[in-house]
Design a protein around this ligand. Structure first.
Ligand code: GDP
Ligand code: MG
Length: 203
């Protein structure tokens, strides 16, 4: 049976969410900024160490907050599927402190608004635009310690522009999903053993 994992990609406008997804799936990057106005779903199949997984990646357009209830999610088309995602990628721009504040708020709301043990959903915080790191607002190590130790989330920096660490961040997220899936025995994220060797390919 092929496992399906739905991943919601959330972040402030212009941080590079669409660029990360398109680089991961199509090896494509555009300098031109086309704001994402409606929710878009990508469905790549991924082979990880000989096992195939279907990913449902939601490119979420700007939302003012994480939907606090199922009815709020259904009223707002942009949020469909966001509450029940199996995992989250929260993207910020390492040169833009406001985009980090946004990620901080969304992380807090995910933990508050998802019920019971589902609030322990895998979350990976991604610092994008690493190629512009001379303009970063905070040293990498300081952010990494805050995110990992205090927020208990994974942390990766990448550059969608140069396709640097883009595959790694998806592998990292699956790694967290594996660990959490084993603890919670969640059927759709039972990917045990999949990351023991370091291989990942897009079909
Ligand atoms: P979104 O609104 O979060 O989906 O952001 P986009 O993916 O549309 O990217 C916004 C802008 O940032 C575009 O002009 C991209 O070319 C640019 N961009 C995205 N990723 C990077 C990156 O890693 N480095 C640099 N220098 N620019 C990037
Ligand atoms: Mg976009």
């Amino acid at each position: 049976m092929v496992e399906t994992l739905s991943i919601a990609v959330i972040g402030a406008p212009g941080v590079g969410k669409t660029s990360i997804i398109r680089q991961f799936i199509y090896n494509d990057f555009s300098e031109a900024y086309t704001p994402t106005r409606t929710r878009y779903v990508y469905r790549p199949s991924v082979i990880l160490n000989g096992n195939m997984y279907e990913l449902k990646i939601l490119d979420v357009p700007p939302i003012s907050s994480f939907p606090s209830s199922s009815s709020q999610e259904w009223l707002d088309l942009r949020c469909r599927g966001v509450r029940n995602a199996n995992a989250y990628i929260l993207v910020y721009d390492i040169c833009c402190v406001e985009s980090f504040e946004y990620v901080k708020m969304i992380r807090q709301q995910i933990v508050e608004h998802r019920e019971g043990s589902s609030s322990e959903v895998p979350i990976l915080v991604v610092g994008n635009k690493r190629d512009l790191q001379r303009q970063r607002f905070m040293p990498r190590r300081a952010v990494s310690v805050l995110v990992k130790k205090t927020w208990k989330c994974g942390y990766v920096e990448c550059s969608a522009k140069f396709n640097w660490h883009v595959v790694l961040l998806f592998k990292e997220l699956l790694g967290i999903a594996v660990a959490r899936g084993m603890r919670q025995n969640h059927t759709s994220i039972r990917l045990q053993g999949a990351l023991q060797r370091n291989r990942c390919a897009i079909m």
